[in-house]
Design a protein around this ligand. Structure first.
Ligand code: BTN
Length: 242
């Protein structure tokens, strides 16, 4: 695996995209110690101080259709959760579709970006930000964010975690390719899902509504049971769950 390390960069997602445009091979990884313009989902930023966190983005060159790409984010979320759980022994959980939480606070964020035509993927970049050794956050996110160090009191070696996550991702990616969907990891993903069996509020639909989360289906949609007993699959791109 090709690894590109940057002591400082604007965003590893931008670096990985650039690697993609320059012809870097499938699996190339951009890692930084610090980001000056870390990007989060929905146009938000990602706090990226030096010396304590993991900022990494993997470049993938899949041959499947662009419509399958969103499932890769769940493959990465599951792989990261599995690896962190193994390395720390903590109850690491996934908050659908792709946040990772520990003790109800956010530990990992994932941002997937794709360059594609209608029927062809040029490349996919999956960026992962993991709060490892930071001991505090800005006031803005202090109530909702946490780090492995804050929760366990332990300082972890970042390179060990990265290697472990890559190992899990490689295996789960292969499983994903075999079926082209999440059927091979669905049950294990659902076991780590913090929303499972809980009431969730579905936002973004015409009328926001309350429902019981049942777990993901093979496409990564969240199955929910509405109050009238009917079941529905909600799609991550269209709704957000609170
Ligand atoms: C989120 O909003 O939850 C997603 C955050 C993703 C942050 C990571 S850090 C490495 C990569 N580079 C970025 O600029 N963003 C992602």
């Amino acid at each position: 695996q090709e690894i590109h390390y940057f002591p400082e960069t604007d965003s590893t997602n931008i670096r990985a995209k650039e690697l993609g445009e320059k012809g870097a091979s499938h699996g190339a990884l951009a890692v930084a110690d610090r980001q000056s313009a870390g990007r989060g989902r929905r146009g938000r930023g990602w706090e990226s101080p030096p010396g304590c966190s993991i900022y990494m983005s993997i470049l993938l060159r899949p041959s499947f259709l662009p419509s399958s790409a969103p499932m890769l984010t769940l493959v990465m979320a599951y792989s990261t959760a599995e690896a962190l759980q193994e390395c720390t022994g903590q109850e690491i959980r996934i908050k659908w579709p792709n946040d990772i939480v520990l003790n109800q606070k956010k530990l990992v964020g994932i941002l997937t970006e794709m360059s594609s035509e209608i029927d062809y993927i040029n490349h996919v970049v999956i960026g992962v930000g993991i709060n490892v050794n930071m001991d505090s956050f800005s006031e803005e996110i202090a109530k909702t964010a946490t780090s492995l160090r804050i929760e366990t009191g332990q300082v972890m070696k970042r390179s060990t975690l990265i290697a472990e996550i890559m190992k899990h991702f490689e295996r789960n990616y292969d499983t994903f390719l075999q079926s082209g969907d999440l059927s091979g990891i669905r049950e294990d993903y659902n076991r780590l899902l913090v929303n499972c069996g809980k009431e969730v509020r579905i936002l973004g639909a015409k009328e926001p509504y309350q429902a019981l989360a049942l777990g993901i289906n093979d496409s990564g949609e969240l199955l929910v049971r509405k109050q009238d007993g009917s079941e529905e699959a909600v799609y991550a791109g269209e709704v957000s769950v609170r």
